[in-house]
Write a protein that binds this ligand. Sequence first.
Ligand code: PA5
Length: 431
Amino acid sequence: MVTLNDKYVKGFVEQEELTALKAFVEVAHQNMHSKTALGSDYLGWLDWPSKMDEAELTRIEETALQIREKANVLVVIGIGGSYLGTKAVNELLGSSFGFGETEIVYAGQNISGKYMEDLLTYLKGKNVALNVISKSGTTTEPAIAFRTLRTWMYETYGEEAKERIFATTDKTGGALRKNVDANGYVSFEIPGDVGGRYSVLTAVGLLPLAVAGVDIRALLKGAEQAEQELQNADLFSNAAYTYAAYRQILNSRGYSVEVLASFEPSMSAFHEWWKQLFGESEGKQGKGVFPASVVYSTDLHSMGQYMQNGRRMLFETMIRFTEDQQNSQIPFDENDEDGLNYLTDKTLHEVNMQALEATALAHVEGGVPVITLDVGKIDAHHVGYLTYFFMKSCAMSAYLSGVNPFDQPGVELYKQNMFQLLGKPGYEKKD
Ligand code: PA5
């Protein structure tokens, strides 16, 4: 379902380097699956697709239906792993223009006054519901947005606001849980053993995605297929592990920046999810591949120059959706003034795939190793598979570099500083 093509990376890596990692991958795999690996309290995502509770799934679908009936805009309030997965999957599966019956918009991922004012203006006169999502229930950005939007909801809908507010949070801890219990909002639980950036297949992603009209059962089925197919400890036959191994070898050879490249503009938000997944999981103890992204052809006419001729610390991972789902032909023109008639026997997809091939060839020639990941097509099943594939490869890649994939100690320092600067009680400067 995700096939790794290493034709354009082989020339940069010795076969022995891969072989040397085989035993390490096997040990990391055993530790991961026996849940004894570093950060093992957060390995719940590993078998989540196959063990997701049917009754909870049905409750999510029913709630999504109710939200769709009463709202044409759902505001998802969350930051990091609490919203990036939803945005990634929704934008990839949805239309490039407009949306279905219920639009999903986002809040709590910044503290911009302009953004909030613009959002409140946009919401005026619309039928609105909120889904506030925070595992810890204490993150400042979504908490501020929730307070602001909650106030607006009560001003707009009176007591009916209660029926329009939905929360997804930890079972017991955090200020959000207290708020939910005090007000009786309908709520969903984030499993204790699944961290934010690994949570897209839980209620965190499933509720808003179901509201957006995504087939969440197909998404989970695709992830379940990945869960089964990527259970193999062998680095050479498990594509998620081959990818992880290539990343680590390339990094050790000085290719410390990985650029995820797609030829589909609707992959933009997916890139952001992927960057958070790898950046937050691996970037610690002075280690980690820096994750970056481009969307081609757009970026061939901006970042393409750097990719071809800039500093050589880059490798590229190209996502190729192999199936032509649109079959859009390039029309024939009798006069052929633009000289494009030579393309009329081809679809846009075929031309796009040649653009990918041409780019890979050029970048390899320019000294950029290119890994290609083939994904059948853009649908819920394949996207479910792809998200699981990346989560599994990310965990393995982090283990191979010796870091815990599931913590984010580096995110704390800015918070402490901000609280101190804002005068939060308990965070006063000590001389
Ligand atoms: O991946 C993670 O754990 C983080 O990015 C969190 O999702 C993010 O910090 C938001 O945390 P919370 O859901 O607790 O508000």
